[in-house]
Design a binder for this molecule. Structure first.
Ligand SMILES: Cc1ncc(COP(=O)(O)O)c(C=O)c1O
Length: 426
């Protein structure tokens, strides 16, 4: 039987159940020695000075901002194309957010746009290694040094990516990593603050140490939600449950997964579960999974390269860029295609689930109405599609994905004027 391929594929350690059971048996589900062990292993792997576990990537970011002690009202520059929570957390930390456009070739922060946006009030910049591709760090670090800006790398998508042979997360004053279920290292939630200087790291550590431990139920629910997602994306279950929903959505032009996305809203005061510590069981899963990370990354990269070879050169198709000296870890394989809506429908009809939106064009959101800027690069990226290349796909499944996308592109025909409603889609 031909099964449908899900857009989602979580990286799951094969002994997850045993790791969780062992933490429970030892009475170390929430508190225990694995948090420190994971922090040390994570820092060592990156070649970073300090790593401190946090409840989310976003809280790691927030505590780094606090610890940098930037004057209230200072400006922080972020890419226009990112997850809306990140700029909102900067505002919660008392900073004024300024957006700049992304480079339309890489979808990462455009250094030229950054240079134009710097004012005498700018104190920090956030290079987001979007979809797993490192930003142009030489240009960004050069501007940051000239203008005395703190650099906080957003590595939520990019664990394992390198720039000139060096791991992302080690270039700036600080970096945030996310361990949500679909990220490169799945701990069913949680995050890591990576910090260069000891005094800043001590302040982040003191702040996190002052927080309460999460309730066991909360963490058990996160593990359960991750498990449900895994079950849902298993080929057979997905074929009969998830896929029909997505298929209907593609025909109606609706996005049934919109309800899975976090509602865009102000985050002040911060929600309670942000202000908690990282649990031992999640750290234990992260620690074990670090050993498998390189294998997962290699599988994803190999799928992505096969897809790029198959799609590169088709008129109107722009496969993801991987500039020299940067390794992309393809958290998302984001490809520009002509006639997007038609292509999505056509892939769905052939059993391949492709995603139309993954991050936000933040200046278009009402939440940031005061920070509107023209961002043609971000808008262009938001009109691309994300094709599954996750590590859990076998080579055979990947050949099928590749064949289906090629066929769908052929069926959609050469690029023409986009249909009006499609051009207007987010
Ligand atoms: C680009 C980006 N940065 C930061 C985050 C925040 O990570 P977390 O959900 O762990 O707070 C995300 C989450 O999806 C993200 O996509």
């Amino acid at each position: 039987m031909l099964t449908a391929v899900s857009r989602y594929g979580a990286r799951v350690h094969p002994t997850t159940q045993q790791i969780v059971a062992a933490c429970r048996e030892r009475g170390e589900f929430i508190r225990g020695p694995q948090v420190a062990a994971f922090e040390q292993a994570f820092a060592a792997r990156l070649g970073a000075n300090h790593a401190i576990g946090a409840s989310y990537g976003r809280t790691a970011f927030y505590f780094i901002l606090e610890a940098l002690q930037l004057p209230r009202g200072s400006e922080i520059i972020l890419p226009a194309l990112t997850f809306w929570v990140v700029p909102e957390m900067a505002r919660a930390a008392g900073l004024r957010v300024r957006f700049v456009d992304v480079d339309p070739a890489t979808f990462c922060l455009d250094p030229a746009a950054l240079e134009r946006a710097i004012t005498e009030k700018t104190r920090a910049v956030v290079p987001t290694h979007l979809f797993g591709l490192p930003c142009d760090m030489d240009a960004i670090l050069d501007l940051a040094a000239r203008h005395h800006l703190a650099v906080i790398e957003d590595c939520a998508h990019a664990l394992g990516a390198t720039y000139r042979g060096r791991q992302v997360g080690t270039f700036g004053d600080g970096a945030l990593f996310s361990f949500q279920t679909l990220t490169p290292l799945n701990c069913y939630g949680g995050g890591m603050a990576v910090v260069r200087d000891a005094p800043v790291a001590a302040r982040v550590r003191a702040r996190i140490d002052s927080l309460p431990w999460p309730h066991e139920k909360r963490i058990a629910n996160r593990l359960l939600a991750g498990r449900l997602l895994r079950v849902f994306t298993r080929p057979r279950v997905f074929t009969f449950v998830g896929f029909p929903l997505y298929w209907i959505g593609s025909v109606l032009g609706a996005q049934p997964d919109a309800c899975l996305r976090e509602k865009v809203r102000p985050l002040r005061p911060l929600p309670d579960d942000y202000l908690e510590r990282f649990s031992n069981v999640q750290a234990a899963l992260g620690l074990a999974s670090l050993d498998l990370l390189d294998g997962w990354t290699a599988a994803t990269r190999s799928h992505a390269h096969a897809l790029s070879v198959a799609l590169g050169g088709i008129p109107g198709v722009q496969v993801p860029a991987e500039p020299a000296e940067r390794t992309h870890v393809y958290y998302q394989y984001c490809v520009e295609v002509p006639k997007r809506a038609q292509l999505v429908r056509s892939c769905m009809r052939r059993g391949v689930d492709v995603e139309m939106r993954h991050v936000d064009v933040c200046p278009q959101l009402d939440l940031f109405a005061a920070e509107r800027i023209p961002a043609p690069g971000a808008e262009r990226a938001a009109r691309a599609v994300q094709v599954p290349v996750h590590a859990s796909l076998t080579d055979r499944q990947m050949r099928r994905v590749t064949g289906v996308v090629r066929k769908a592109l052929e069926a959609a025909g050469p690029p023409g004027r986009p249909h009006v409603t499609e051009a207007a889609q987010p």
